[in-house]
Design a protein around this ligand. Structure first.
Ligand code: NAD
Length: 254
């Protein structure tokens, strides 16, 4: 798919991997709308890339529907959706003094990461389905963000890993569901990337996390994620696949 001039939605585009993707897609000629809850950074990034910002909670049907309507009015219905919005917590199944994992916190992570991704996919692709196919016969493409924690969740990552495992698990059935419509779906499973989340850690912790990556022994640059997301958009043969982007790291239990 030639992304020049196409309408694209990037959830979580106010920060980190989503921001890098919004910038990269805009540089490649896409008309980008950022869907994010960060109403401070989102509009700034959007202004910087000549794009548009919508204040969206990805886990709310109404919020996503309203934002799809508004972005379609400006840019046309999106042919590209990149799902980067996500949250992480650390909590063990059974914690100190035998206290069980808080169920509402578990539900919240699944609600934002897994249900939120699916919510935007179902609503955005229903609109994509009504677009004319391109000369490649494609109508659109979806890129999701899982994590290596879907495969090797660490101690305290049960909620996060469950949410990301769900994203891995739904990649093939969604690709199959949408194949008749010419809409592709892939998932990127990043390892350790230098986003605001990591930038908050002390320098020596960042160094030691980077050193734990076999090669290259450093944290990933968000633009490396963004370039893979762009490649997935461009390469019509990529579909139904989960791609690790992790410098060969395999996370240890802690
Ligand atoms: N940074 C890493 O090393 C890494 C590794 C593996 C996976 N990931 C995944 O990549 C994605 C992006 O991570 P990041 O490091 O860029 O994080 P980040 O915190 O920098 O960005 C996440 C963005 O999502 C937005 N967001 C959160 N909840 C939302 C909601 N309900 N609705 C709309 N927007 C919401 C936040 O406002 C934020 O702008 C996440 O799904 C994360 O789990 C990150």
């Amino acid at each position: 798919m030639d992304i020049q001039g196409l309408s694209a939605i990037v959830t979580g585009g106010a920060s980190g991997l989503g921001e890098a993707t919004a910038r990269r897609l805009a540089k490649s000629g896409a008309r980008v709308t950022i869907f994010d809850m960060n109403a401070e950074r989102g509009p700034k990034v959007a202004a910087d890339i000549g794009g548009h910002f919508e204040n969206v909670d990805v886990s709310s049907a109404d919020s996503v529907n309203d934002a799809l309507e508004a972005s379609a009015a400006l840019h046309g219905d999106a042919r590209i959706l990149v799902n980067c919005a996500g949250i992480a917590i650390g909590e063990k199944t059974v914690g100190r003094d035998n206290v069980p994992h808080d169920l509402d916190r578990f539900k919240k992570v699944v609600e934002v990461n897994l249900i939120g991704s699916f919510n935007v996919i179902r609503l955005a692709t229903a609109r994509m389905a009504a677009l004319d196919p391109l000369d490649t016969k494609e109508r659109g493409v979806v890129v999701n963000t899982a994590s290596v924690a879907a495969m090797e969740g660490q101690i305290g990552q049960v909620a996060y890993s469950a949410s990301k495992g769900g994203i891995v698990g739904m990649t093939v059935p969604i690709a199959r569901d949408l194949s008749g419509l010419g809409i592709r779906v892939c998932t990127i499973a990043p390892g350790l990337f230098l986003t605001p989340m990591m930038e908050g850690l002390p320098e020596e912790v960042q160094q030691s996390l980077g050193a734990s990556v076999p090669f290259p022994s450093r944290l990933g640059d968000p633009d490396e994620y963004a370039r893979l997301a762009r490649h997935i958009c461009e390469n019509a043969m990529l579909n139904g696949e989960v791609i690790r982007l992790d410098g060969a790291i395999r996370m240890a239990p802690r």
